[in-house]
Design a protein around this ligand. Structure first.
Ligand SMILES: C[S@@+](CC[C@H](N)C(=O)[O-])C[C@H]1O[C@@H](n2cnc3c(N)ncnc32)[C@H](O)[C@@H]1O
Length: 262
């Protein structure tokens, strides 16, 4: 449905995982109609290129440990812009409703009487699975898909229900899990998930420098530490990730393999 942005309105728009071709047509149109775009660190340059000349582009990016603007400031900025009569796009990596702090922004807009809408996007887990050539669910083996955040403040333990997470019939899509790999492995294995459970790690999913690795749960901390770089990474844990049967699973560093882009 074509629903143009009116002055004084805010749209929370999913920018997808990075590849501009994974934007929805609606997202593309909304970006083109905006007078101001507040964008996250994980929004790719190709996506911002879709803004009209003259559109104000404001970086409000937050990356783990490198917060440039806190959430309250972002809430205030988008509300002020809308109240000033701007057509506001708040561009968020992936899907705004998945670990995107959208509720705070929706609440701030509604409290100020600002009309606010959501345009969904392709989440990183979907892009990561696509890059691997795998399905997130698997008939009979992976009947459940769990979106999990493994973001912990420095020194804090992860607040995860390990018994529920260690479901052998689930695929766990772990966001912000790179630095918590050790805690994830210990928590899941202690709760009963086999150490041999396959794990895929995808860095920069959908971008030209995408890198994919396969490993197993008991080797995940080593694999994450040695293989992953600075880019955003998604961890996929579960039987559906047994995507590379050619890779043996000895308890050694060689048990994870890098897959390059075709
Ligand atoms: C704050 S969350 C935002 C998730 C986003 N709303 C989504 O739906 O994908 C940021 C985390 O998403 C994951 N992520 C986002 N983009 C990614 C990409 N292109 N490749 C791999 N992981 C990505 C990483 O785990 C990153 O730390």
């Amino acid at each position: 449905m074509v629903d143009p942005i009116h002055p004084g309105e805010v749209w929370l728009v999913g920018a997808g995982p990075g590849d501009p071709e994974l934007l929805t047509r609606k997202a593309e149109r909304l970006i083109g109609e905006a007078s101001v775009v507040f964008y996250d660190a994980l929004v790719g340059p190709g996506v911002l290129d879709l803004a009209r000349p003259g559109t104000r582009l404001v970086h409000v990016g937050k990356r783990s440990g490198r917060h440039s603007k806190d959430q309250k400031t972002i809430d205030k900025l988008i509300v002020e812009a809308a109240l000033a009569g701007e057509r506001v796009v708040r561009l968020k990596g992936g899907d705004p409703s998945i670990f995107g702090r959208s509720t705070e922004e929706l609440t701030a807009c509604r409290a100020a009487g600002v009309p606010v809408h959501i345009c969904p996007g392709v989440t990183a887990a979907s892009a990561a699975a696509a890059g691997l050539g795998a399905s997130l669910t698997l008939r009979g083996l992976a009947r459940k898909l769990v979106f999990l955040t493994a973001h912990a403040q420095a020194g804090d333990k992860l607040d995860i229900d390990w018994q529920a997470a260690a479901d052998p019939q689930a695929t766990l899509a772990v966001y912000m899990g790179k630095s918590s790999a050790q805690m994830l492995t210990v928590g899941l294995i202690t709760a009963g998930l086999p150490g041999s459970t396959p794990v895929a790690m995808v860095e920069n999913a959908s971008l030209p420098d995408e890198r994919r690795f396969t490993t197993r749960l008991d080797l995940l901390p080593l694999a994450a530490r040695t293989a992953l770089g600075d880019g955003p990474a998604l961890l996929l844990i579960g039987e559906a990730m047994r995507v590379d049967e050619a890779v043996p699973a000895p308890l050694s560093y060689s048990a994870f393999s890098q897959r390059t882009m075709p």
